[in-house]
Design a protein around this ligand. Structure first.
Ligand code: PMP
Ligand code: GLN
Length: 399
């Protein structure tokens, strides 16, 4: 028989699914895949329940229900001063995952180059490749993750169609500075390139820093597709409602991509997300403050357990350097051991790199209840204090 699609045949199951399965198998605490362990706002959930019952259960408009498109446009204005036309400049998608694919489909022709920044989220490169595009990878390095300006400049060229920019950035928690964004904007203008901005963590920014969309910079309004996710903004990751804002000239093409991918997204969830986006400032401030407190709590615990954490300015995640606990250097093997013997799941940083793999870093998700974070830290502390060989025994003895 003829072979199925080569790229997908050779693609492994995503690390997030692999590690969540491991957590279940070993009854480990899952600080791997990024999802909160509490429900999102009750009024948003109630709005979805009510919207299931009022008879609007058939196909909604292709680009999204009017309520949500209006709410996305209003949020762009309210948070970033961006003027977006809800009728021609917003497309609602089934999660940011679809939004990323639709945005890239709208931009990329075979042979086009797309600048990607490592460590990178797992869908970017496969989608670019499926579209016949060529990923041009630029590496950020721990511990400072500074934008390597010369390397970035070298990655742009006459064939560059777009850059994918994720800020706040999964998995490292980097929030790009206005200067870095300005530098990227300059390269885009010089090379007549677009940006796909994955801003799913836009409301999860800490320490008083404000999220700045690349789209808000001079000259970027017409070159940028900005992606948000209700999953992250309302702690409802299973809902898979995303939204793209961009210039009308591009959004018509994005709508065509969406029409071939999913065509529409459940109308009830869309209407509930519209309720969510209209919530008061206290909600958005509270969301970030709550996560910041959880970050601080987990960071303190990991440091006590012997990890060296790296700064995280946004997202659900913090990276930890474990070289003081295990000099062996294979982060995937380290994560397997943590799951099996310590009873805690983390994600190896190497999973986010295509090129040379970094060593000694794992990603922990802190979007969990404080009691769960405490239990995870307790397990890690006991495991490393007991000597790693008989971690399970140490655990059992201690529990
Ligand atoms: N982009 C990034 C950087 C993410 O971390 C995630 C994870 N959920 C997504 C996109 C996908 O978002 P959604 O669940 O809305 O599809
Ligand atoms: N974005 C989530 C993470 O980084 C995972 C989403 C998924 O499992 N695809 O953990």
């Amino acid at each position: 028989m003829k072979l199925a699609n080569t790229l997908l045949t050779n693609t492994g199951t995503t690390i997030f699914t692999v590690m969540s399965a491991l957590a279940i198998r070993h009854q480990a605490i899952n600080l791997g895949q990024g999802f909160p362990d509490t429900d999102g706002p009750a009024d948003v959930v109630a709005a979805a329940a009510a919207a299931l019952q009022d008879g609007r259960n058939q196909y909604p408009p292709l680009t999204g229900v009017p309520e949500l498109r209006a709410a996305v446009a209003m949020a762009n204005k309210r948070f970033y001063g961006l003027d977006i036309d809800p009728d021609t400049e917003v497309v609602v998608t089934s999660g940011a995952t679809e939004a990323i694919t639709a945005a890239l489909m709208a931009l990329i022709d075979p042979g086009d180059e797309v600048v990607l920044i490592e460590p990178l989220y797992d869908t970017y490169l496969p989608v670019v490749t499926m579209l016949g595009g060529v990923g041009r990878l630029v590496r950020l390095e721990p511990p400072h993750w500074t934008l390597p300006r010369a390397a970035l400049e070298a990655a742009f060229g006459p064939r560059t169609k777009a850059i994918v920019l994720n800020s706040p950035m999964n998995p490292i928690g980097k929030v790009f500075t206005p200067e870095e964004l300005g530098f990227i904007a300059g390269l885009m203008q010089k090379h007549d390139a677009y940006a796909v901005c994955d801003e799913v963590y836009e409301h999860l920014v800490f320490d008083g820093v404000q999220h700045l969309p690349l789209m808000a910079l001079p000259g970027m309004r017409e070159r940028t597709l900005r992606i948000g996710s209700a999953g992250k903004t309302f702690s409802l990751t299973g809902w898979k409602v995303g939204y793209i804002s961009g210039p009308a000239a591009l959004m018509g093409v994005v709508a065509k991509a969406h029409q071939n991918l999913t065509f529409t997204t459940p109308p009830n969830l869309q209407r509930a997300v519209a309720v969510g986006l209209a919530k008061d400032d206290a909600y958005f401030a509270g969301l970030a403050a709550d996560l910041q407190a959880k970050r601080d709590h987990l960071v303190a615990g990991l440091e006590t357990a012997g990890f060296r954490t790296l700064p995280s300015g946004g997202s659900y995640f913090v990276l930890a350097d474990y070289s003081g606990l295990d000099a062996d250097g294979d982060d995937a093997a380290f994560c397997m051991r943590l799951a099996e013997a310590a009873g805690v799941v983390a994600i190896p940083l190497s999973a986010f790199y295509v090129g040379e793999k970094p060593r000694h870093h794992v990603r922990f998700a802190f979007c969990k209840r404080i009691s769960v974070l405490d239990e995870a830290v307790g397990r890690l502390t006991r495991y490393f204090a007991a000597g790693q060989g008989d971690g399970r025994a140490a655990l059992t003895a201690a529990e």
